[in-house]
Design a protein around this ligand. Structure first.
Ligand code: RP5
Length: 159
């Protein structure tokens, strides 16, 4: 069966952070697949994968990349499915990842990327946001998202 979400990352060195998106999705019962593909190093393979994933019925793309982080933008150029961009802090990051944040968020009008926070918090939120998109018209998933929120609130209030 085609997973609902493709989680892409620009390098295997992004895996530790991007697994937060995967774990969040799986925790919510959302099927996903992961691939390492780069806008710069493997442009042809990226185009082939996104075109095929779109055809298979993947509904949301999550893309994590650092530095000149063009992965999410390149994917958004190839599909009209929602694309969520996770800016990552690469080893040679400028200003703590501001380079990746701006590269991901500053898309031209007409080709949006929903950009989340940097790093692990962003990767987890990308998983939640993808689930929220899929929960439109899926009450069961919506219920699991509400439970996640209630669990967070209970933890805060318990001190
Ligand atoms: C980006 O450059 C990747 O997404 C990664 O965050 C960063 C460094 O990649 P490697 O040189 O470790 O492969 O393209």
């Amino acid at each position: 069966m085609t997973p609902s979400v493709s989680v892409l990352m620009g390098s295997s060195s992004d895996e530790t952070v991007m697994k937060m998106a995967v774990e969040t999705l799986r925790g919510l019962g959302v099927e996903c697949e992961t691939r390492v593909l780069s806008a710069h190093r493997t442009p042809d393979a990226l185009r082939d994968f996104v075109t095929e994933a779109d055809r298979r019925g993947v509904r949301v793309f999550i893309c994590g990349a650092g530095g000149a982080a063009h992965l999410a933008g390149a994917v958004a150029a190839l599909t009209t499915r929602p694309v969520i961009g996770v800016p990552l802090v690469s080893p040679n990051a400028v200003a703590g990842g501001l380079d990746a944040l701006l590269s991901t968020v500053q898309m031209p009008r007409g080709v949006p990327v929903a950009t989340v926070a940097l790093g692990e918090a962003g990767a987890a939120n990308a998983g939640i946001l993808a689930a929220e998109i899929l929960a439109i018209g899926n009450d069961e998933l919506g219920g699991r998202l509400r439970m996640l929120r209630e669990g967070m609130a209970a933890k805060v209030l318990a001190g």
